[in-house]
Ligand binder design. Structure first.
Ligand code: AMP
Length: 191
């Protein structure tokens, strides 16, 4: 079996985490969430965690250099190479996207890039509702602003090259999961 290599984009609160869990179940791939990796480093009190904590709490972005290093290392592990992965929360900047494409061997090294699209008012509400410790109104606004400024250009880059599938992320978990599966299967059929 060929590995399945996916990238998922979406604002915080778009339901990426939940939908990634469904993709992991469906395809048996690894969930590579840079946010989860950083939170684990914070919890473990590693040097990386200590460096990242204040940035994360303020809704900022950890440096490209650090993030690229973490992801490079993770993509080189056996599970990612053999069964594939869904990358969640990375790339978030054009520098990260360029580094990632270099590692995977260009756009052909990815099977699909999907954007889970949810209206701004809805994600704002969902983030307030989930009440995570780093979800202060200021941090939420900063993350939304950074998404528009830094991540939207990456999404546009994929879209311009017809590498992006946009999936409506509004609806029940099951509805979104079926739409996502249909979009991915379409992209896999084109590979
Ligand atoms: P997430 O769970 O993806 O929303 O990530 C939580 C926080 O981790 C973000 O608000 C950032 O501070 C940091 N983070 C996660 N992924 C990245 C990334 N690719 N580049 C920079 N910072 C990141």
């Amino acid at each position: 079996m060929k590995p399945i290599r996916l990238v998922i984009f979406g604002r915080q609160g778009a339901g990426k985490g939940t939908q990634c869990a469904r993709l992991v179940e469906r395809y048996g791939i690894a969930h590579i969430s840079t946010g989860d990796m950083l939170r684990a480093a914070v919890a473990a009190g590693t040097e990386l965690g200590n460096q990242a904590k204040a940035i994360m709490d303020a809704g900022g972005l950890v440096s490209d250099e650090i993030m690229i290093g973490i992801v490079d290392e993770r993509l080189a592990q056996d599970d990612a190479r053999e069964v594939g992965y869904v990358l969640d929360g990375f790339p978030r900047t054009t520098a990260q996207a360029e580094a990632m494409l270099e590692v995977v061997g260009g756009p052909a090294g990815l099977d699909a890039a999907v954007e889970l699209s949810v209206p701004l008012d809805e994600v704002r509400q969902r983030m307030m509702d989930r009440g995570r410790e780093d979800d202060t109104p200021e941090a939420i606004q900063k993350r939304l602003d950074l998404y528009d400024a830094e991540t939207q250009p990456v999404i546009d880059w994929f879209a311009e090259r017809e590498l992006l599938v946009k999936v409506d992320g509004f609806g029940t978990e099951d509805e979104v999961a079926s739409r996502l599966a249909a979009a991915i299967e379409g992209a896999l059929a084109d590979c």
